[in-house]
Design a protein around this ligand. Structure first.
Ligand code: FE2
Ligand code: FE2
Length: 292
């Protein structure tokens, strides 16, 4: 399980060791949600033992991104309105920023969070539109896909800034150049972090292969396209050239990477280009991320 960690340079390994593991109450909630006989009320009861987690979850549910018509004041009410399947998304959305909370902040860290939440929301939308029946997995994989960059931003700020300054000239992400700059690329670093947090294979695969999704299945293809949607919507981590964004055709991107088991959504350019959506993600990051 530690194979990915062992491949990293010492500074990155030490950084991942410093990051807290998932809190016990979060792991217990995820175990319950992954149990085929899972019971939403049991998850709500587990969450209630952690006042901070419950409060953050309710703040997220009441944010504009969920667009609920009235205020939700209890977890039971949230589950009744949204369904238990969204609990995993909510729990991880409010937990991961806390685990990184004591690290450095700044424009790069903010861009990584905005891009990660943007990719997560787009991945869920694409999964629903493409007919993949696991939108919660798509969301979590989207949230995690570039977390390797967050680790690098914490311990190798100068090399990652230098790399990102030049990365936007390439329509594809240049993993080899990133590897040269950091001693590992963010898919390798992210994989080690996913192991540290005990994430399942679907998340590990999505992190590892999202820049080269061919033959890696539905989740990886969805994350690849969601990643491009986030960049197309103006929520990119790198300083991407405007011409590169303009040339992005998200429907063509789906045709290139989707396995035949996924339908091609026909409204992704419209969805990614919506100003409302991008501003909701930015507002959400200000709400959820310490110093965000
Ligand atoms: Fe990436
Ligand atoms: Fe990305």
């Amino acid at each position: 399980m530690d194979a990915a960690l062992d491949q990293l340079p010492l500074a990155l390994r030490a950084e991942i060791d410093e990051i807290p593991t998932l809190p016990a109450v979060v792991s217990a909630c995820l175990d319950e949600l992954h149990d085929p006989n899972s019971n939403a009320q049991r998850v709500a009861d587990l969450m209630l033992a952690d006042v901070g987690l419950t409060a953050r979850a309710l703040r997220l549910v009441n944010s504009s991104i969920f667009a609920l018509s009235r205020e939700v004041t209890s977890l039971s009410h949230a589950i009744a309105l949204l369904g238990s399947a969204r609990l995993e998304e909510i729990i991880l959305s409010v937990t991961l920023p806390q685990l990184f909370g004591k690290g450095p902040s700044g424009p790069l860290v903010k861009r990584i969070w905005e891009h990660s939440f943007a990719t997560a929301f787009m991945a869920r939308e694409i999964a629903v539109r493409a007919g993949w029946p696991r939108p919660a997995d798509a969301y979590v994989a989207g949230l995690m896909h570039d977390m390797g960059l967050m680790v690098a931003a914490r311990c190798l700020p100068a090399p990652i800034h230098d790399f990102l300054k030049n990365a936007g000239h390439d329509p594809a992400w240049n993993l080899a150049a990133e590897h040269d700059a950091l001693g590992a690329d963010h898919t390798e670093i992210g994989l080690a972090l996913a192991d540290h947090w005990g994430f399942p294979e679907v998340v590990r695969e999505s992190i590892h292969h999202h820049h080269a999704p061919a033959d890696h299945g539905n989740a990886v293809a969805i994350i690849h396209v969601a990643d491009r949607c986030a960049e197309s919507g103006g929520l990119a981590i790198r300083k991407i050239d405007p011409e590169v964004v303009e040339e992005l055709d998200l429907t063509t991107c789906c045709h290139e990477v989707f396995p035949s088991s996924l339908s091609i959504p026909d409204d992704l350019d419209l969805l990614a280009g919506s100003a409302d959506w991008a501003s909701q993600v930015r507002a959400l990051v200000r709400e959820l991320v310490p110093n965000g």
